[in-house]
Design a protein around this ligand. Structure first.
Ligand code: NI
Length: 182
């Protein structure tokens, strides 16, 4: 396994169209293992493949955030589809590993259903709520090239740009390690 470099805003790569995973082969399994290691290294709650330089439609959510035990592996979603997003919403601050040190209030549905493939290519569906549902919506946004930046107002956008334009890799890692659960 190896740590992958996390792509930061404003890299144009985060706006590249993502692609359906056709075959879950060794390359895909290695990518997912590396994503897990990379997310774990910075205590992230979720990570999408596009954030580590792959256009596959894949994201992972940390086990505790996904309603499991801390010791379990992160939950893997391949070619995920969201349905039944509840009209009930709430607004909370969100972070993102591609936006070190940035937190933005985002309105999200409280409940949804997600269908995806697991690492064995087996389809599954989950009804998610609260933080899990929020994390799924955040990661799914990455697959449709929607970013935390897009949820921010004009003043906050300027602040984000200013902050991230000149951020070094070292500063980014320090910020990510200071703020777990981005
Ligand atoms: Ni994110």
């Amino acid at each position: 396994m190896s740590l992958l470099k996390i792509v930061r805003f404003p890299s144009p790569f985060l706006r590249q169209p993502t692609q359906e995973v056709k075959v879950i082969d060794k390359q895909v399994r290695t990518l997912v293992e590396d994503m897990m290691e990379t997310m774990c290294d910075v205590n992230g709650a979720g990570l999408a493949a596009i954030q580590v330089g792959s256009l596959h439609r894949i994201f992972i959510i940390e086990a505790l955030a996904a309603g499991g035990e801390r010791t379990e592996s992160p939950k893997v979603f391949i070619n995920p589809v969201l349905e039944d997003l509840s009209p009930e919403t709430d607004v909370r601050d969100e972070g993102c590993l591609s936006f070190p040190g940035v937190f933005i209030s985002v309105k999200r549905s409280l409940r949804l259903k997600v269908s995806a493939l697991d690492l064995d290519g087996k389809p599954f569906s989950i009804d998610a709520e609260d933080f899990f549902a929020r994390a799924i919506q955040h990661e799914h946004d990455h697959l449709i090239n929607k970013l935390l930046y897009d949820h921010a107002g004009p003043i906050k956008r300027q602040m984000i740009k200013r902050k991230l334009d000149k951020m070094t890799d070292e500063e980014a890692m320090d910020l990510l390690r200071q703020h777990p659960e981005s």
